[in-house]
Design a protein around this ligand. Structure first.
Ligand SMILES: [Zn+2]
Length: 138
């Protein structure tokens, strides 16, 4: 079976369920970020979706400002697709190592943005309408 069809069969339902879950959270809470919904604080991935929206609308400054690592993620996805589906010489160990590097870079950028921009600049802002505040009655 073709690798792409196999991946769709194995992961397609999970990816679709995740997207639907994110869409529902966004409709209910105005964000799909679990940390922001529960505690009000931005997470290391906050701004990524807005960055994609900016990219699709041609707003390169917004694309960069909302999530500075997004260009690296696009490059990663492009290489993933090329190596896995087009030239079919996929090395999972290399791509897992790159994912770990991206996660570590994301944590570093998050720490930098929390120190430099929190809580005054989107997406590094505090959301007062969060679950913990509701429980505490604020
Ligand atoms: Zn987040």
């Amino acid at each position: 079976m073709d690798v792409f069809k196999k991946d769709i069969k194995n992961y397609g339902l999970g990816i679709c369920a995740g997207l639907v879950f994110c869409f529902i959270l966004d409709r209910i809470f105005g964000t799909c970020c679990p940390l922001r919904i529960i505690a009000g604080y931005p997470c290391p991935g906050c701004g990524a979706l807005r960055s994609v929206k900016c990219f699709l609308s041609g707003d390169i400054l917004g694309f960069w400002n909302y999530y500075p690592l997004m260009p690296l993620i696009y490059i990663y996805v492009a290489f993933f697709v090329i190596f896995r589906y087009i030239i079919k010489r996929f090395n999972a160990k290399i791509f897992m190592t790159l994912i770990v590097c991206l996660i570590l870079a994301s944590l570093g950028v998050y720490a930098y943005r929390m120190v430099k921009y929190y809580p005054n600049k989107e997406p590094m802002v505090y959301t007062e309408n969060n679950f913990l505040n509701k429980i505490r009655g604020y």
